[in-house]
Design a protein around this ligand. Structure first.
Ligand code: ATP
Ligand code: MG
Length: 437
């Protein structure tokens, strides 16, 4: 991919423009990490970019942001710009197309403000980013207070980069985060979600959550998680400590190939414990799985997750306490559980829950795993779906298309989860489905 990106820079340069790799990819290259994508910053204007490449898409033409597709890869090419006037705390009121140095100044952190000229093999550092990279420092470009007031998401981004990269905060950065933490409340939930997703998929997620708590950001981002701090668990079963510690220990025990939904299932699996805490013969959290699933659904809806993801995550949360029940089921019923497309998420949650507990035991988990393997060896087939595409189209008056597939998938998941057991029930459910998502 780097070869194609370099070719794009060459094309722009040969047409008389300045063009460099910019931002995250330069940071990653200097850290010997594989960049996820190569963004290019250039003096060329959108109309000029359009003329130089055959496949271009204007994603934010007013901001000078274009996508160029070359050899099947999409690259973001953005005209050097300077932003001015952030009256909504999110995006600039106006942009001015300018030169590279100004473009560096508008970026968030020094380590994200570097350019690289791949033709000359040269770094362009207008903001002291190289020094901060070698000192592993997160430092705002310019005045941290003003930069946070311009775009409040930068509070969460600072915490994200510090922890995903394993860096530290510059003292001025830290002070500004603490001072402005309540502004995190005004960030749109979609943007919060995207940052949270990156945080929880990286190592050190537990330190990132500590940081959010310590700076005072967490009550505005995930108050339900904050509420788990300091809530005791029965010491006879949980030597690790409070609910928060258990959740963090479970989160860090997930294997590297765990999916995003599996991570969320782990974070949310005991989120209902503070609400259900009671003292009987010992500390108990009766019905905490259901309460966690309900609260989890509320959280995921707020964060604008898709219906399908919410269903998978909350299904696993709701059933995370049933390993013994599963082992005692008759095999026909067991099989339906094991074949459920959401089951791998539940399995991962069983694992993380056990590992997140001290002393931890994988005894039950291994039994479930063995039962699953045995069952799938004996009955590898999925049942026949109760509904057909024809049913969906006829009953809802829909034309063939992705929405039909989505509805069929949803029905099949419900069928495997025993919510729909007969064709009549499935048709009945179908009549309650709306056309759009
Ligand atoms: P990642 O590896 O997570 O993609 P990245 O540095 O590429 O990290 P992006 O969110 O993709 O981060 O943004 C690309 C670049 O755009 C950043 O490196 C930074 O220079 C700039 N940038 C992105 N978001 C902001 C923001 N909210 N404020 C200022 N600059 C930003
Ligand atoms: Mg990026």
């Amino acid at each position: 991919m780097i070869g194609i990106a370099k070719q794009i820079v060459r094309t722009l340069t040969e047409a008389g423009h300045k063009a460099y790799f910019a931002g995250g990819c330069v940071r990653d290259m200097l850290m010997d990490r594989e960049p996820k994508d190569f963004d290019i910053a250039t003096s060329a204007l959108p109309e000029q970019i359009e003329k130089l490449f055959s496949q271009t898409y204007a994603v934010g033409k007013a901001f000078g942001v274009m996508h160029v597709v070359e050899e099947g890869h999409t690259f973001e090419i953005a005209t050097f710009r300077s932003d001015s006037g952030y009256s909504d705390g999110r995006r600039p009121d106006a942009v001015i197309f300018t030169h590279a140095e100004d473009d560096a100044q508008r970026r968030d952190f020094t380590i994200n403000g570097l350019f690289y000229d791949p033709l000359a093999d040269e770094i362009l550092d207008f903001i002291g980013g190289r020094d901060d990279l070698s000192n592993k420092l997160i430092r705002f470009i310019g005045d941290p207070h003003q930069r946070i007031l311009e775009d409040h998401l930068r509070i969460i981004r600072a915490i994200r980069f510090k922890n995903t990269l394993g860096f530290g905060y510059h003292p001025d950065t830290y002070a500004a985060l603490k001072k402005h933490a309540p502004l995190a409340d005004k960030v749109s939930w979609e943007r919060v979600r995207d940052e949270l997703n990156k945080i929880i998929m990286a190592r050190r997620a537990e330190v990132a959550f500590e940081d959010m708590q310590d700076t005072g950001v967490l009550p505005y981002v995930l108050p339900e998680l904050e509420a788990c701090k300091g809530v005791a668990q029965p010491p006879e079963y949980h030597h690790e400590g409070d609910v928060w510690t258990h959740l963090m220990q479970a989160l860090t025990s997930l294997p590297e190939d765990a999916t995003l939904n599996q991570h969320w299932a782990v974070i949310l699996h005991d989120i209902g414990k503070p609400e259900t805490f009671k003292i009987a013969e010992r500390i108990r959290f009766d019905r905490h799985s259901e309460v966690s699933a309900e609260l989890g659904e509320k959280i995921l809806r707020r964060l604008c997750f898709s219906r399908k993801d919410i269903d998978e995550i909350t299904w696993a949360v709701r059933h995370h306490f049933m390993m013994t029940e599963l082992l005692n089921m008759e095999i026909g019923k067991q099989r339906q559980w094991f074949l459920d497309p959401r089951f791998p998420t539940l399995m991962q949650l069983f694992y993380a829950d056990a590992m997140g507990t001290t002393p931890s035991s994988l005894h039950l988990y291994n039994q479930v795993k063995a039962a699953q393997e045995d069952c799938l060896r004996r009955f590898p087939e999925l049942p026949k779906p109760l509904l057909t595409g024809e049913d969906v189209m006829k009953n809802l008056g829909l034309k063939a298309g992705p929405r039909v597939g989505e509805i069929l998938q949803e029905a099949f998941v419900k069928q495997l989860g025993h919510e729909l057991q007969t064709r009549e029930e499935a048709l009945e459910w179908l009549s309650t489905v709306t056309h759009s998502t």
